[in-house]
Design a protein around this ligand. Structure first.
Ligand code: 6PG
Length: 250
């Protein structure tokens, strides 16, 4: 993809360490300039490789997190103490290890009724994320993961949610499990200043290659529809996830 940074790391630890350093510097710059900044975390298991490294390094770096506001790119519609909750995972691996004010943590109320929560969460985002682009909140940084089916956040292949053009958030449903979700929409994702995919593991390498090499039909994958209107898109991959990329062969 033109304008896409493809960053291939030798392993998950190196990827996590590097992005952790960048997140810490991002927080420190916001504090130094005394300007609030917004970050949307992704869910699933991959972010743990980043969160672990931030939690390990941040205490000795004495990071001031008070200008950084944390949101989620998507959430499962479960209570915050449920093992499926992306918020719970972020709490355990990241937020409980850094000194961030509770008022800076903007979780999706997974326990609430999804359509009503999508409206409430959108209003919270719109209130806190002051920067706008094309009438949508402009996050400073959005992290995304990708499923082997090419979904990202809770935007799944073929879902109507991919066509939502006038909302910040949308209720969604996982096509396999039927689990109800809340997700940021593509218009919001694509208006972030920086979008970072974190994708690791061999089982994702086919999809990564299809999308990054724009193979026929790549746009049917939600992850293939992530293209910043005015910002930076980077795919941070370990060598396994990058295994089928032409540029990484031999
Ligand atoms: C979620 C996600 C989802 C995730 C991908 C990859 O709530 O599950 O946000 O989009 O990023 O499914 O998940 P893994 O990192 O577990 O492979």
């Amino acid at each position: 993809m033109s304008g896409t940074d493809i960053r291939i790391f030798s392993g998950r630890d190196k990827l996590g360490e590097t992005l952790a350093g960048e997140m810490i510097r991002f927080a420190q710059a916001a504090a130094r300039e005394q300007r609030p900044a917004s970050i949307a975390l992704s869910g699933g298991s991959t972010p743990k490789i980043l969160f672990n490294q931030v939690a390990r390094v941040a205490p000795q770096e004495k990071v001031n997190w008070e200008y950084l506001h944390f949101f989620w790119g998507d959430e499962r519609c479960v209570p915050p103490d449920d093992s499926e909750s992306n918020y719970k995972m972020a709490r355990e691996y990241l937020l409980d290890h850094i000194r961030v004010p509770d008022s800076n943590i903007h979780r999706v109320h997974g326990e609430a009724d999804p359509p009503g929560e999508a409206v409430r969460y959108a209003a919270e985002i719109d209130r806190i994320v002051k920067k706008k682009l094309g009438g949508f909140p402009r996050f400073d940084w959005i992290f995304l993961g990708m499923g082997a089916d090419g979904h990202t956040a809770s935007l799944f292949p073929g879902a109507d949610t991919l066509n939502v053009r006038d909302q910040i958030c949308t209720p969604a449903v996982h096509p396999g499990s039927g689990q109800r979700r809340i997700s940021l929409t593509l218009p919001v994702i694509n208006r972030a200043a920086r979008i970072s995919f974190l994708v690791v593991g061999e089982k994702k390498q086919e999809r990564v290659a299809e999308i990054l090499e724009k193979k026929s039909g790549y746009e049917k994958y939600p992850a293939g529809r992530v293209a910043p209107v005015e910002g930076v898109l980077e795919w941070c991959l370990d060598s396994e996830a990058a295994g089928k990329l032409r540029s990484s062969e031999g």
